[in-house]
Write a protein that binds this ligand. Structure first.
Ligand code: ADP
Length: 451
């Protein structure tokens, strides 16, 4: 069975609480009213009895005409009065039954309770002393207040409207809750639509009301935005990687075919194998680098960080690159000793090799590559500058993207993964990267990591 909607459940809950509060307030009001009503009745009873006693005491000829008095004269509001002689025989007033007559008189001015035919009454007596004549007793009787229910019915008649008001509160509450919860319905619909269609470009329509639900919708939209970007980047990455692998695979297949069908001698076969080896090496580098990206994203276990002497690491990398520096390029080191940071030496060496490799590859003939290391209290900054052709302003924002190559003809040997890898390694160490480049003057790459 389908459960009640959140809207209905919330409205029901608050209506129930409202009803309980109303019922409690009503009971309280009725109890107070009943108490008050009782006190008024008792006062009215004693007043009526005292008045009647005084009337009889003042009226010397009372005995002569008491038989002619009409019944209405013994009814004061709800109080009924009876007059008895000193022997207890009723001589005037209303007759309520033997039960009333049988009750012994009390001259203590006290209000007593008695039950007649199942109905509770208050009763009060007063003795009238007549000089030189017989005494009388005046007795007053009044029904002992109303029950709680009759009090409610009598004076709280407008309460009949209460169920209507509660129903209105329920419907109003339901409508309001529905309005408040509308963003949740929108969120539900949008996420369901995204799940069904896989279309991450959908967004939750959210009014900027500034409440928690509009904040939630905004945050979910931001999350979708991020997911969409990541998804797009991932797809682009896969497409680029496949594209990059396809070229060497095609070359290898073509070389193999040529070797099998057309190679005339061992020398020609050796050339074919060398071409295959070159493309295999390129594929291997590509796959290694892609794996490195994935490993860095997934695990921190594999690349443990340790306090590392960056000066020594940099010197070693410079020495290695100096041996293979092309076109008469020299490397100048501006390093102070003993600069250390908490890094993974293997990854950091890779970062240095990529920056130095680029500087040598794109540097000017007979030019100079300057490598420096600066340390402050918080950071260690590595700079690699060259005096090569620089990077055009159009390319500059893109050089950190995977597989981006600014000048295809000049850098056709590169994979377009070096700088993205540098950025990824810096980020892995909680650091940042930046570049300054002036076309025709040179480029300076900076990597800062926490000291
Ligand atoms: P690649 O393998 O092509 O060098 P990178 O990611 O290392 O890939 O570099 C991306 C692009 O940035 C290169 O294709 C190149 O055009 C440009 N670039 C990188 N370093 C330099 C540099 N020192 N001088 C000029 N251009 C550079």
């Amino acid at each position: 069975m389908r459960r009640l909607s959140l809207k209905t459940r919330l409205s029901l809950w608050f209506t129930l609480i409202l009803t309980l509060i109303c019922a409690l307030m009503l009971l309280l009001a009725a109890a107070v009213y009943q108490n008050f009503d009782r006190r008024l009745l008792r006062e009215a009873l004693t007043d009526a009895v005292q008045e009647e006693a005084a009337r009889i005491g003042d009226d010397r000829s009372y005995a002569d005409h008491m038989g002619e008095l009409r019944e209405a004269e013994f009814l004061r509001g709800e109080v009924r009065l009876m007059v008895y002689d000193e022997d207890g025989a009723q001589v005037a007033g209303l007759y309520l039954g033997e039960g009333t007559d049988a009750l012994p008189f009390s001259d203590e001015d006290a209000v007593r309770e008695l039950t007649l035919d199942g109905q509770r009454y208050y009763c009060c007596d007063a003795q009238v002393r007549i000089r030189r004549g017989p005494d009388y007793w005046v007795r007053g009787v009044v029904p002992a207040g109303r029950s709680l229910w009759s009090a409610l019915r009598g004076h709280f008649a407008p309460l009949a409207l209460l169920p209507l008001l509660i129903a209105l509160a329920f419907l109003g509450g339901r409508w309001l809750t529905g309005r408040f919860l509308r963003p949740i319905r929108d969120i539900d619909r949008t996420t369901e639509a995204i799940r069904e269609s896989g279309d991450l470009s959908r967004r939750i329509p959210c009014a900027d009301t500034g409440d928690e639900l509009s904040d939630l919708a905004r945050h979910i939209n931001a999350m979708f935005e991020r997911l969409e970007q990541n998804f797009h980047a991932e797809r682009q990455f896969t497409a680029n990687a496949s594209h990059e692998l396809r070229t060497p695979v095609s070359v290898i297949l073509a070389q193999c075919e040529y070797g099998l069908e057309n190679a005339q001698d061992a020398q020609e076969l050796r050339e074919v194998i060398a071409a295959v080896q070159k493309q295999g090496g390129r594929m291997s580098r590509l796959i290694e680098t892609l794996l490195l990206f994935t490993r860095m994203e997934q695990s921190t276990e594999r690349y443990r960080k340790a306090p590392t002497d960056l000066s020594a690491l940099l010197r070693a990398s410079c020495a290695d690159h100096a041996l293979i520096a092309p076109r008469g390029i020299t490397i100048r080191q501006e390093l102070s000793d003993g600069v250390t940071a908490l890094v993974n030496p293997e990854l950091f060496r890779l970062l240095l090799d990529n920056l130095l490799g680029n500087a040598l590859r794109y540097g000017r003939e007979q030019g100079t590559v300057v490598v420096s290391l600066q340390q402050t209290a918080q950071t260690v900054t590595l700079c690699v500058s060259d005096d090569g052709p620089g990077i055009s302003p159009e390319d500059l924002p893109h050089i950190w993207e995977t597989f981006y190559r600014a000048d295809k003809s000049r850098s056709s040997r590169g994979l377009g993964l070096g700088l993205p890898l540098v950025r990824q390694i810096a980020a892995y160490h909680g650091g940042t990267v930046s570049v300054e480049s002036t076309p025709g003057v040179g480029s300076t790459f900076r990597v800062s990591v926490p000291a």
